[in-house]
Design a binder for this molecule. Structure first.
Ligand code: PLP
Length: 398
């Protein structure tokens, strides 16, 4: 199998698995217990918290563990709305993950005003638009750091600065950023940041929310006072230990992994660019999230390409994982201006440290084969479509 779906989830790093095993067996105690076994798991929890907070430039007291980035996004945004009841305006972008988009929709149903900042043809948010939109009623600005579908990386530092001019809290969904690029909350100036374990070769079902000392969202669930009274419930100690180890490894190996993956993604983009009527969605390879390549193959369905590649032992995504089982096109792809038929022909390839250049060559040739096959099976008449879609070059303009 060739696994090119690492923006969906990643294989567990063997060292992260190794670190977790004792906490499934002998070291099972509740970290809140006062006996010696409890103290042992409590110190494992503290160690993981120290590793992750240290890696992102935060204090250990500024990191809470959650069940993943979805929960962290929910606590950040709903929690901020509840903590600042006099303000009723939320600003997000049109390229957010469903766990931000749908929180915003819920707030809208509850009477809040939501502004969704549009993006340009490569997916970039224009900071000037934020400055035009933000007001004294804005309680929070939440913008995804590195996009899960098209790999666009936003100027978070600038956006946070503008948010602070109006005393709005700034949150970023950094689930794709952590571990794949330098990420430091102090340098970025963010107040809250969400991430998870399974996008960086850690376990699923665990994540974290950075909560700066300057902010205090309200908790969403009631219970015992775990996680600085922000997220009740007994912590998932084995997963947290694995998450801590995965972050430590990702930060340690980032220069080597970057040097390995960057040429692979460039080569993949170059190879796919030779397939006629194809174009790259999002910024050029040198600007985008490490490992992410998203390409539209016109006149065929992404789902059909995906299934044919799957039959050939290659795993990729069409659109975003969450929308890949529905027929509505990806909101991110329509946000960058793709027509429905262009969005439906999109395939996301996402590489990790565990991929090789041989795999890239295999994928390039198999994709070419599948695209040819599918186009030969359809009434493929480019002239009929070209008027509507226009002849586009592989690399899109902003
Ligand atoms: C995967 C992902 C999430 C959701 O993370 P879970 O841990 O699966 O809840 C949120 N935001 C982005 C950008 C993601 O890529």
């Amino acid at each position: 199998m060739i696994y090119f779906d690492n923006n969906d989830t990643t294989p567990l790093h063997p060292e992260a698995l190794e670190a977790m095993l004792p906490y499934f067996r002998d070291k099972f105690a509740n970290p809140a217990s006062l006996h010696s076994l409890g103290l042992e798991t409590e110190s494992a929890l503290d160690e993981a918290r120290g590793k992750i907070s240290g890696a992102i430039g935060a204090d250990a007291r500024e990191l809470i563990f959650t069940s993943g980035a979805t929960e962290a996004n929910n606590i950040a945004i709903f929690g901020a709305a509840r903590a600042r009841p006099s303000r009723k305006h939320l600003i997000i972008s049109t390229v957010e993950h469903a766990s931000v988009l749908n929180v915003a929709r819920r707030l809208e149903d509850d009477g809040y005003r939501v502004t969704r900042l549009p993006v340009d043809g490569q997916g970039y948010v224009d900071p000037a638009l934020l400055r035009d939109t933000i007001d004294d009623d804005t309680f929070m600005v939440s913008i995804v750091h590195a996009n899960h579908e098209i790999g666009v990386i936003q100027d978070i530092r600038k956006l946070a600065e503008i948010a602070h001019e109006k005393d709005a809290w700034f949150h970023t969904d950094a689930a794709q950023a952590l571990g794949k690029m330098p990420f430091n909350v102090a340098e970025l100036g963010v107040d809250l940041a969400s991430f998870n374990g399974h996008k960086l070769h850690g376990p699923k079902g665990v994540g974290g929310l950075y909560v700066s000392r300057r902010t205090r969202p309200k908790r969403l669930m009631e219970g015992a006072p775990q996680e600085f009274d922000l997220r009740p419930g007994t912590e998932n100690v084995p997963a947290i230990v694995g998450f801590g180890r995965a972050v430590e490894i990702a930060v340690r190996d980032l220069p080597d992994v970057t040097a390995h993956v960057k040429p692979l993604m460039k080569r993949l983009a170059e190879g796919l660019a030779r397939i006629p009527h194809s174009h790259l969605n999002g910024p050029p390879p040198e600007e985008r999230l490490l490992g992410n390549v998203n390409v539209t193959f016109l006149y065929i369905e992404g789902e059909a390409i995906l299934m044919h590649l799957s039959n050939r032992g290659i795993c990729v995504s069409s659109g975003s994982a969450c929308s890949s089982k529905s027929l509505t096109p990806s909101t991110v792809l329509t946000a960058i201006g793709l027509l429905h038929e262009e969005a439906h022909g999109a395939i996301r390839f996402s590489l990790s440290r565990f991929n090789s250049s041989d795999e890239v060559e295999t994928v390039i040739s198999k994709v070419g084969e599948v695209v040819d096959l599918l186009r030969s099976m359809t009434a493929f008449v480019p002239e009929l479509h070209s008027e509507r879609m226009g002849a586009k070059s592989f690399y899109r303009k902003r």
